[in-house]
Structures are given as structure tokens and as C-alpha cells.
Design a protein around this ligand. Structure first.
Ligand SMILES: NC(=O)c1ccc[n+]([C@@H]2O[C@H](COP(=O)([O-])OP(=O)(O)OC[C@H]3O[C@@H](n4cnc5c(N)ncnc54)[C@H](O)[C@@H]3O)[C@@H](O)[C@H]2O)c1
Ligand SMILES: [Zn+2]
Length: 366
């Protein structure tokens, strides 16, 4: 089964194809959508070893002149140095504005390759071929590109939506289980935003998704992409409703910051804790009376994600958490902008004083 979703933005339409085996059709799909001659594949060492051949063959069979730029795997590649190197190689390959870049890999490759594609010759065509759960449901959708700086993650970047997203769910078969589970936290986040029907859909299929049932993976990823697509269509530049996608992330980013981005806590694992903390915060304020906190914890746990900080050996102080939360990019005038879930399908964006959060963080029995 191949699912297709089209997402509108001010720069055009992003065509998203989701299904097992779609990577082998990269050449024909690009040929049908983009009239270009050269295609440069940007990938990391791990993903290139697994999937570069199939993409290159597909492109060559469709008549494209292909080249590849391989970067080291890992967050450290989202740097000015790697960006410069990649742009230089795209130019040396002779890429012209009408040509295309294929970002083959997870969110790191997508964020970096997206920015390189946007900057090279003021914008060549961008095709995303995401190979992680996180990249298929989240980073390949919505057009955000980024690199990191010494002052923080994702602080330099642009909005540059892809023309095409080719999400091959079969590639998830080689993804380490821990990465699959971490990516699932973003799927849970999308379901909380979408509502009870979507959440119940996941509750029935979580085991199949984690075990690798191909139909369930394709269907689940399709539904998750539809949620993000609808939100970014309504608010491309993140001036309003798109901020709800930050659910669980203000707490999550603080936990990641404390853990130190060294692989001890993956982004999605931090988001799982963050979703629980967001519901606990709503309960602390007396806003959450639905019992949905227990449902969210149960679903995350079924996916194999930890939900209790203490059990996971993490005991951040309120002071350390607040230290990171007060630095968040999305804050306004000293208040912390928080997405507060009252129930599944009912979230609001609130500006919370650091003192109020301090009280919650002191009180929470993690
Ligand atoms: N642009 C956005 O809107 C957005 C949204 C969310 C996250 N992000 C960014 O995404 C990044 C995280 O992305 P990620 O979780 O995909 O991490 P990642 O790109 O680092 O991939 C995780 C690991 O899995 C490996 N891998 C990827 N696909 C594989 C496969 N199919 N089989 C085996 N190994 C594979 C990679 O080499 C890497 O070691 C962060 O930098 C984050 O800031 C961006
Ligand atoms: Zn996230």
C-alpha cells in the first residue's frame, strides 16, 4: 500500500508518498514531478551503507546524472562546517537551480540537506527521503531546516518545504528498536493533538507498529503526517496554532539539555517524559480532570518508552529544568510558553510565569 498526501504552502505543494518499497521508485517519481537533469543524494554514513545503492540505481535507471555527498552520522553534522562542505560539493557536482537534492536519512540529514538545498544557488529542488520514524512523521514535514550553533540547537535555519517526500516504511526495518520507540513519542504527540479517535487508533495498533507490521506502520505514519500537515498548512511560519506541535517539548528540551545530547537520552525519549509532565502540569493546575494522563502513560509504556523520570534514573532539579525552560526560543517577555493539555484533543497555548512552573516542578512526584 502506498499512501499519498499533498501539503500546500506558500511555495507550492509538497507531495508525500508513504509505503514499503517507495525508495526504489525515487527516479520515476522525481522524473514525473521535476524536470531536472542532475540529482545529488545527501546521506549519512550509516544510511548510505544501507540505502544509497537502491536510490542511485533508481535515479540512473530514470536517466538522471547522480552524485552523492556522505556526512558522518550524528547531531554534530548539523554544523556550519558540514554545511559549507556540503554546499561546496553540490556546486562542484555542477548542480543548477532546476536540479534536485535528495536528503536520504533521518532528521539530521534532512535538516542539514534542507538548508544546503535552500542556500545553494538560492534554492535547488528539495526531495526528502526520510528513514527514521521521527523523520517520516515529523522533520520531513513542514519545511523547517536547521543547523546548531554553540549557543543552542536549531538556532540557524530557514523554512524551505520539500517538493517531494518519499517515506519508505521498509527502511524502518533496519532502524534500531530504540530509535523506533523514540520516534513513536512524536506519533503519540500528534494523536493527542488530533483527538480521541486518533488516539484510540494507536492504542489498538501500538504493538503491531513496534513489532514492524508493514500495513500498520504505513497506516500509522500516514495518519500522523496528516495531523502535522493540517497544522502547518494552517500556520506555515509558526505564528499561532503550529506552536501546539511543541506539546511536551518545553519539558523535553530541558531534559535533553540536562542529559547533554550525548545519546543517553534520545529526543523522542525526552518528549515521552515531556508529554507526561505536560499532563501532570495540567493536573497540578486543576485543568485536567479527564483521566487522560493515565491513558497517555499507558500508550507510551506499551511502545516501550519510560514515563517516570525516577525509574529511568533521571532526577533533574526544578532549578536545572527551569534554567533550560527560561531560555526557550518560543518564550515571550520572561514568561514560558507552554502547550497545556486539558485532555486528549484539547490543548491550549499558555504563558506561564517561571515561579508557577517552579512550584509545579518542586511538587511533581517524578
Ligand atoms: N525540521 C524539523 O521540523 C525537525 C523536527 C523534529 C526533529 N528535527 C531534528 O531531527 C534530528 C533527529 O532526527 P532523527 O531522530 O531521525 O536522528 P538521526 O538523523 O540522527 O538518525 C538517528 C540514527 O539512526 C541512523 N539511521 C537513520 N535511518 C536509519 C535506518 N533506516 N536504518 C538504520 N539506521 C538508520 C542514523 O544514521 C543515526 O545514527 C534532530 O537534529 C532534530 O533537531 C527536526
Ligand atoms: Zn520533537
Amino acid at each position: 500500500m502506498t499512501a499519498e498526501i499533498n501539503i500546500k504552502s506558500t511555495s507550492g505543494t509538497t507531495q508525500v508518498l508513504i509505503g514499503g518499497g517507495v525508495l526504489a521508485k525515487t527516479g520515476t517519481v522525481i522524473a514525473a514531478r521535476l524536470g531536472c537533469r542532475k540529482v545529488a543524494i545527501i546521506s549519512d554514513e550509516t544510511v548510505a551503507a544501507l540505502y544509497l545503492d537502491v536510490v542511485e540505481k533508481s535515479l540512473r535507471d530514470a536517466g538522471f546524472d547522480t552524485g552523492a555527498v556522505i556526512i558522518p552520522a550524528g547531531e554534530a553534522s548539523k554544523s556550519f562546517a558540514t554545511l559549507e562542505d556540503v554546499c561546496g560539493k553540490l556546486l562542484a557536482f555542477g548542480l543548477e537551480r532546476g536540479d534536485a537534492v535528495v536528503a536520504l536519512g533521518g532528521g539530521v540529514v534532512g535538516d542539514l540537506a534542507g538548508l544546503a538545498a535552500n542556500l545553494t544557488r538560492r534554492g535547488v529542488n528539495l526531495v526528502m527521503a526520510p528513514t527514521t520514524v521521527l523523520a517520516q512523521v515529523d522533520s520531513s514535514i513542514g519545511g523547517k531546516t536547521a543547523i546548531n550553533t554553540a549557543l543552542g540547537k536549531n538556532l540557524v535555519g530557514t523554512f524551505y518545504p520539500a517538493k517531494l517526500v518519499i517515506s519508505d516504511t521498509d527502511t524502518l526495518n533496519t532502524l534500531p528498536g530504540r530509535e523506533v520507540r523514540a520516534g513513536y513519542a512524536e506519533i503519540v504527540k500528534h494523536a493527542i493533538l488530533a483527538g480521541a479517535g486518533h488516539f484510540a487508533f494507536l492504542e489498538k495498533r501500538v504493538d503491531g507498529f513496534i513489532k514492524g507490521d508493514p500495513e500498520i506502520r504505513t497506516e500509522t505514519i500516514k495518519k500522523s503526517v496528516q495531523v502535522k500537515a493540517a497544522i502547518v498548512e494552517a500556520d506555515e511560519r509558526e505564528d499561532g496554532p503550529r506552536m501546539t506541535l511543541n506539546l511536551g517539548h518545553t519539558f523535553g528540551h530541558a531534559l535533553e539539555g540536562i542529559a547533554g545530547f550525548d545519546g543517553t537520552l534520545l529526543h523522542g525519549e525526552a518528549v515521552a517524559f515531556g508529554l507526561v509532565l505536560a499532563f501532570q502540569y495540567a493536573a497540578f493546575r486543576g485543568l485536567e480532570g479527564s483521566g487522560d494522563l493515565a491513558r497517555v502513560m499507558a500508550l507510551l509504556e506499551k511502545a516501550g518508552l519510560a514515563t517516570t523520570l525516577m525509574k529511568a534514573g533521571l532526577t533533574p532539579t526544578a532549578e536545572a529544568m527551569l534554567g533550560f525552560m527560561t531560555q526557550d526560543k518560543k518564550n515571550v517577555r520572561g514568561a514560558i510558553r507552554l502547550v497545556v493539555p486539558r485532555a486528549i484533543g484539547d490543548v491550549t497555548i499558555e504563558e506561564v510565569a517561571p515561579e508557577d512552573l517552579d512550584q509545579f516542578l518542586q511538587s511533581v512526584n517524578t
